[in-house]
Ligand binder design. Structure first.
Ligand SMILES: Nc1ncnc2c1ncn2[C@@H]1O[C@H](COP(=O)(O)OP(=O)(O)OP(=O)(O)O)[C@@H](O)[C@H]1O
Length: 342
């Protein structure tokens, strides 16, 4: 347990990462809260609450307080953050300053909600940082130079595509589609094609085991358990990689179109830099098999997945804590910070 330290929080739709300067990511928990509906008592947060999802009796609810990269249940987000911050550090008399990463498409209202949740969780001051910027720092990219880099952060609820230069976001777009949209696509596909209903966790497992967005050299299949919608009884259906590829097509296209639009509106000099430096993929969603190959094929730009892709935003905020003295409260973009200072 750490005392009186500033901390960074990657407040994600799927998971929350807490990082500190020098130590990197010190806590990683699913963004899930379980509470007793009758008493309002918080029962569990994180991993323990996640095990309860979909398996709770009438008086207990296990929920995900963030949807599509934004807070959907403010009260629950605040309570979850409070618990996780307490678990990670002991701030004693000195409340920490907290940098929280946010999607680049965040609205002002959503921004305010994140700042308030941070303050309620025990922060003395809250600073916001755009996720692609944090991801780039976490992936080890030197963003301070006048040189264009493109980062595509595919999270659970959102995908942020951004071109960065001189420590700022030059062009970016965020869409509400990430790993969870792929899970939903699997559920819908199996229901439509096989008349079988499967749960969220089964869909996620299937995605991680044989999911792909680019044709694999050999098609494999796995047996999936669900409930037959005709009989109401359990049924097993074999699902192949070819079927998954078909199910993912729509979400994949939306992500590719976003990358395309960002490249289209980026100044030509920076596009030239990006084609030289390549596109870096971060976020858990980028681990879906074939994303690098697909983006490379469609853009003609070398694309690679960052090491520890799921942790890059967390690492990046941890490293950015060194800059916290120079940051303005509520600032979301280091370039904007520079403009405000000059
Ligand atoms: N090996 C894998 N293959 C495919 N998908 C994966 C893999 N590992 C994790 N994921 C997916 O990554 C997503 C979570 O990624 P991440 O933790 O970066 O999201 P987040 O930061 O919580 O979300 P957001 O940034 O959208 O708020 C989940 O949908 C998860 O299923």
């Amino acid at each position: 347990m750490l005392f009186g330290r500033d901390i960074g929080i990657d407040l994600g739709t799927t998971s929350v990462l807490v990082s500190t300067r020098g130590k990197g990511v010190i806590l990683r928990e699913p963004s899930v809260v379980a509470m007793d509906k009758n008493t309002g008592r918080l029962l569990n947060v994180g991993m323990a609450a996640q095990r309860m999802l979909g398996r709770t009796p009438g008086n207990i609810v296990a929920i995900r307080p963030l949807r599509d990269g934004a807070i959907s249940d403010y009260d629950m987000t605040e309570r979850m953050l409070k618990e996780l911050v307490r678990k990670a550090i002991n701030f004693g008399l000195f409340k920490p300053r907290i940098i929280i990463s946010v999607s680049s498409g965040i609205t002002e209202v959503e921004e305010r909600a994140v700042i308030d949740a941070g303050i309620e969780a025990g922060a003395r001051k809250v600073y916001l940082m755009e996720a692609p910027l944090a991801a780039a720092v976490g992936a080890g990219i030197d963003i301070a130079k006048p040189d264009g880099h493109m980062v595509v952060d595919i999270g659970g609820g959102t995908t942020d595509a951004a071109v960065l230069s001189l420590s700022g976001v030059v062009e970016s777009e965020s869409i509400k589609a990430g790993g969870e949209a792929f899970d939903d696509a699997i559920i819908k596909y199996i229901r439509r094609k096989h008349n079988v209903l499967i749960g969220d966790s089964t869909a996620e497992e299937l995605k991680k085991s044989i999911g792909c967005v680019f044709p694999r050299s050999e098609s494999t299949s796995v047996d999936v358990k669900g409930r037959c919608l005709m009989t109401g009884l359990p049924r097993i259906v074999p699902i192949s990689t070819t079927e998954i590829l078909e199910a993912f097509e729509e979400v994949t296209e939306r992500i590719l179109e976003t990358i395309h639009r960002v490249l289209e509106s980026t100044p030509p000099e920076l596009v030239a830099d990006v084609s030289q430096n390549g596109i870096v993929l971060t976020g858990g969603g980028s681990l879906l098999w074939g994303f690098d190959k697909l983006i490379e094929t469609r853009t003609n730009i070398p694309t690679h997945i960052a090491d520890d892709a799921e942790l890059c935003v967390g690492y990046g905020i941890g490293k950015s804590l060194e800059l916290v003295n120079d940051m303005h409260e509520g600032t979301i973009n280091l370039a904007r910070r520079k403009q405000m200072k000059s």
